[in-house]
Every structure is written in structure tokens, then in C-alpha cells.
Design a protein around this ligand. Structure first.
Ligand SMILES: NC(=O)c1ccc[n+]([C@@H]2O[C@H](COP(=O)([O-])OP(=O)(O)OC[C@H]3O[C@@H](n4cnc5c(N)ncnc54)[C@H](OP(=O)(O)O)[C@@H]3O)[C@@H](O)[C@H]2O)c1
Length: 265
């Protein structure tokens, strides 16, 4: 019952897709700080290697950067092979890489639909499929392997921005999480999703010119998310403490979903 046992992720082998910056980096940092071996992946080789180097040094940990574009099945297979060539098992898969697109309904382009759906939904499913043999290797009744899918509160509430494909994709992520959870619990793999609210990142920042003041004011907690908020929840879901939590979509949003429709003034 000691907290060090309940929430330990020490020695776990983790893959965080899109771990080179933003929410993925925040989650990777949490695992690095607590003794896990963490693989992070992203398209930009320079940035993913730099982030891995920084996290390794900062936390005296093992963080390995892998260059990979998982928007296609070929890219998914390539990433899967890189992990299989280095590890004989995987304890925790964090499907975090995502992209957004916003445009008025009249102009919304097909590329803005396909890009978002392919990365957020299709690649998430096929990377999970590809890595199942590795996730099964160490999975057992006492300590299941874990998959955490990063959804969004835009898949629950009506979105702030005109991101038609993104909000639909994130809803799909949430339901896919429930479907996969029911399928994989029999193999001792727990699947859950986190639905973040606003966190500082390139994706959100570029939509608000990196000025988060208005989002902070609109948030019931009066702020945007921090690394501790998102890493803490991911660590809970990955640890002994989270071993009986399955198929959930857990918001991490300062109360935005809980307060939807309420007057916050
Ligand atoms: N920030 C928020 O407020 C917020 C809120 C709700 C949900 N989310 C979700 O959180 C996740 C992370 O978002 P973020 O805000 O941290 O975004 P971000 O700063 O744009 O980071 C996205 C990450 O994904 C990688 N990536 C993008 N396209 C990729 C591809 N085709 N193949 C492989 N990697 C790719 C990026 O690296 P490269 O560009 O080098 O590939 C980067 O590491 C996403 O699923 C997003 O939908 C974010």
C-alpha cells in the first residue's frame, strides 16, 4: 500500500508516440523521472533526438528518440520494427501523436479530413495491432500491460475551434478505446484513454498565437494544464494503482467537461 509501490513505473519499457514535444514530452518526462525506459517517436529526427538527449540528462534516465512518420501503415510498421529490434517486450504504449486542422465548414478540405483521421484513428489502431505481440510478452494477471490513447475533450464537448475532422477523430479514439479494452482485457492488456483539455503545445499554441490568457480565463481551474497534471494521470493508469481501471476515458481538463453549460462567472 506504500505510495512508492502503488504508483511505481520503475523498469517499465514505454513507447510514447509524438513524444518529442507538447503533451507527449510531458508524459515521457514523467516516466523518465520515475525510472522507466522510454522510447519517444516523431517525424523530425533532430527534435526527437534532442528531446531524448535532454530527458536522459535531466532525469538520469534512458530515453531513446526514434524518427518515424506514422501517418501511413508503412511508417507504423517501421516504428514497430524498430521497437521489436531493440526490446523483447513492451509494458506501456502511449498513443499520443496527433494532428489537428481547422477551417470554416464551406472551405474544409479533404486533406484536412484524411490527415487527421489517418494519424489520430487509423495509425493508432494499426500501431496497437503491430505492437500487440510485444505487449502480450510481459502481460500477466497481476501486472497487465497498458495502452493509453490520447483523445481530447473536443471528442466529448462541442469544440472551441472549427476542427470538424479532429473532434470526430477524437470521439472515435474514445470509442475505439472502449472496444479495444473489452477485446484486450482477456490478454491482460488494459486500455484507457485520457481526454486532455488545454495544454501548452505547438498544436494548441498555433491556434491562439501562443497566448493562453483567454483559455486560462475560460477554464474552471483558472489555468491551462501542466506536465504534472498529464504525467500524473498517465503514471496512475500505468501503475499498480491503475491496474483495475479499464476502458475509461478520463478527462484532464481543469473541469471544462464537468462544467459545460454552467455559468462560471
Ligand atoms: N495541447 C492540447 O491542448 C491538447 C488537447 C487535447 C488533446 N491533445 C492531444 O494530445 C496529443 C499531443 O498533442 P500536442 O498538443 O502535444 O501536439 P504537438 O505539440 O503538435 O505535438 C505532436 C507530436 O506528434 C508528433 N507527430 C505529428 N505528426 C506525426 C506523424 N505523422 N508521425 C509521427 N509523429 C507525429 C510531433 O512531432 P513531429 O511533428 O516531428 O512529427 C509531436 O511530437 C494529440 O493527440 C492531441 O490531439 C492536445
Amino acid at each position: 500500500m506504500l505510495i512508492n509501490n502503488l504508483f511505481s513505473v520503475e523498469g517499465k519499457v514505454v513507447l510514447v508516440t509524438g513524444g518529442s514535444r507538447g503533451i507527449g514530452e510531458m508524459i515521457a518526462a514523467g516516466f523518465c523521472a520515475n525510472g522507466a525506459k522510454v522510447y519517444i517517436s516523431a517525424r523530425s529526427k533532430d527534435i526527437v533526438k534532442k528531446t531524448a538527449k535532454r530527458l536522459t540528462k535531466l532525469y538520469d534516465s534512458q530515453c531513446i528518440g526514434i524518427e518515424s512518420d506514422i501517418s501511413s501503415i508503412e511508417g507504423v510498421k517501421k516504428l514497430g520494427n524498430e521497437i521489436k529490434n531493440s526490446e523483447d517486450h513492451l509494458d506501456i504504449l502511449i498513443n499520443n501523436a496527433g494532428a489537428a486542422w481547422a477551417a470554416p465548414i464551406e472551405d474544409f478540405p479533404e486533406i484536412g479530413w484524411d490527415k487527421v483521421m489517418d494519424l489520430c484513428v487509423k495509425s493508432m489502431f494499426f500501431l496497437t495491432q503491430n505492437l500487440l505481440p510485444l505487449l502480450c510478452k510481459s502481460a500477466n494477471k497481476e501486472d497487465p500491460s497498458r495502452i493509453i490513447n490520447i483523445g481530447s475533450i473536443d471528442g466529448i464537448n462541442n469544440p472551441e475551434f472549427k476542427n470538424f475532422s479532429y473532434s470526430a477523430a477524437k470521439s472515435a479514439v474514445h470509442h475505439m478505446t472502449r472496444v479495444l479494452a473489452a477485446e484486450l482485457v482477456k490478454k491482460h492488456i488494459n486500455v484507457n484513454a485520457i481526454a486532455p483539455g488545454p495544454f501548452p503545445s505547438k498544436m494548441l499554441g498555433s491556434a491562439v498565437e501562443f497566448n493562453y490568457t483567454e483559455l486560462e480565463q475560460k477554464n474552471p481551474r483558472g489555468r491551462i494544464g501542466t506536465p504534472e497534471d498529464i504525467a500524473g494521470l498517465a503514471i496512475f493508469l500505468s501503475s499498480r494503482a491503475g491496474a483495475y481501471t479499464i476502458g475509461e476515458v478520463i478527462t484532464c481538463d481543469g473541469g471544462l467537461v464537468a462544467s459545460a453549460g454552467h455559468d462560471l462567472s
